[in-house]
Design a protein around this ligand. Structure first.
Ligand code: PLP
Length: 397
């Protein structure tokens, strides 16, 4: 979905010779692209503040820092999620506490009660592949314990829950514009919030502690400066992201229309369900998860779909964190920075596969089917026909 719109906006930046967001060659203030992207993004999401950053991983780190999370703190996070969710917590010096997912493949809200300790500061909830987590319950459980909710919307920009965009339910939300996302600028990300204080702290952390005049036009400064990192978005990235953002609703409509051709054909197939979607009216629809009662059927189902040239996978770029090398060894970049250093034995309980029976079982039971932006209605019908035919072959119809 990259075309003339992206080309025009990126060229505009080049012709003005203004690739830096805070000033151009004549030190005239505020080149337009990042500012316009942030404006349209906050309008699209329906929130108050949006801050462009260099990536979704940077957005997570900025959100953690904005919330004041650091050494001695714990953050509850899905055991099944992308690497950056875990590493962003370690990078600010806090300890990730892994939580089971449920049949939505998102955070099980009941885990918040089980895992909260006096050290817990936040729940990082991931909306996995276009489907919202059970936000109402998650926000309630977290807020009644005084925890921040940080929504990681990297994989699900545009997804709605109970009529509202995801990213508007928690205290902070993060987004990614990496290549393999709903919209892309190659790399890039966004942090959003309704809270002026969190916005100011996010701005400061993303720009070496600065709060430049442009941001003062958005919200007055009340917070002291503190040492931050450098995660500023360039005007080139913003230009491409802006053109892409304007296409998201077209993609949403397209994916949902194709999904609507497939799902009714799957209802009633024995031994097979689809992923539980907490709000089907809000699902983005770019991936369908076939959940098998018996995991023994997964491999042959996949092989047979593959043989019919139906694009499918068993894993979709997301992993159980406890199986990653740096969780198995508990290392940070230097021993004193590891939030696991107090544990005598490692992996300690809570970081081993056997501690996550639900996540282990669920993530071995599915086949994921992509619905691409360029797929046609005929493609969708072919996918549905193929699933029905393979079901008859593998499971006897
Ligand atoms: C759930 C989730 N969070 C965070 C990220 C990180 O985004 P980025 O690759 O832009 O750093 C990703 C990217 O795959 C992701 O899927």
């Amino acid at each position: 979905m990259i075309g003339a719109e992206e080309e025009a906006l990126v060229l505009d930046v080049l012709r003005r010779k203004e690739p830096f967001r805070y000033y151009g060659p004549d030190f005239k203030p505020t080149p337009p692209m990042a500012a316009q992207l942030e404006k349209e993004f906050r309008e699209y999401i329906g929130t108050k503040y949006a801050l462009g950053v260099t990536s979704g991983s940077a957005a997570l780190e900025v959100a953690m820092a904005a919330a004041g999370i650091g050494p001695g703190h714990e953050v509850i996070v899905n055991a099944w999620s992308w690497i950056a969710c875990f590493t962003s917590i370690v990078r600010v010096g806090a300890r990730p506490v892994l939580a089971e997912v449920n049949d939505t493949l998102n955070l099980d809200p009941k885990e918040i009660a089980r895992l909260t300790t006096p050290k817990t500061r936040a729940v990082l909830v991931i909306h996995y592949q276009g489907v919202a987590a059970e936000l109402e319950e998650i926000v309630l459980e977290a807020h009644k314990r005084g925890l921040y909710v940080i929504e990681d919307c990297a994989q699900s920009l545009g997804t709605r829950y109970r009529g509202r965009q995801i990213g508007t339910w928690g205290d902070l939300a993060t987004f990614s514009f990496q290549y393999n996302k709903v919209m892309t600028s190659g790399e890039g990300g966004m942090v959003t919030t309704r809270d002026q204080r969190l916005y100011e702290r996010a701005v400061r952390y993303h720009d070496l502690g600065n709060y430049r005049p442009y941001h003062a036009t958005i919200a007055a400064s009340h917070e002291p400066a503190f040492a931050g990192g450098q995660f500023r978005m360039s005007e080139l990235t913003a230009a491409m992201a802006l053109a892409q953002l304007r296409k998201v609703d077209r993609l949403w409509t397209h994916c949902r229309a194709l999904q609507a051709r497939i799902l009714p054909r799957l209802a009633g197939l024995k031994g097979l369900k689809t992923r539980r979607v907490p709000d089907s009216a809000g699902d983005f629809g770019f991936e369908i998860y076939l959940m098998f009662d018996d995991p023994a059927h997964v491999a042959s189902f996949r092989e047979k779909l593959d043989a019919r040239n139906v694009n499918c996978g068993q894993r979709t770029g997301t992993y159980p964190q406890y199986n990653r090398d740096y969780v198995k060894n508990g290392l940070a970049h230097t021993p004193s920075a590891s939030p696991f250093r107090e544990f005598k034995e490692w992996p300690a309980p809570g970081y081993r596969a056997e501690d996550f029976p639900a996540t282990e079982a669920l993530t071995k039971r599915f086949v994921a089917l992509a619905i691409g932006w360029l797929y046609t209605a005929e493609d969708a019908d072919y996918i549905a026909d193929s699933i029905v035919a393979v079901h008859a072959e593998v499971m006897g119809g």
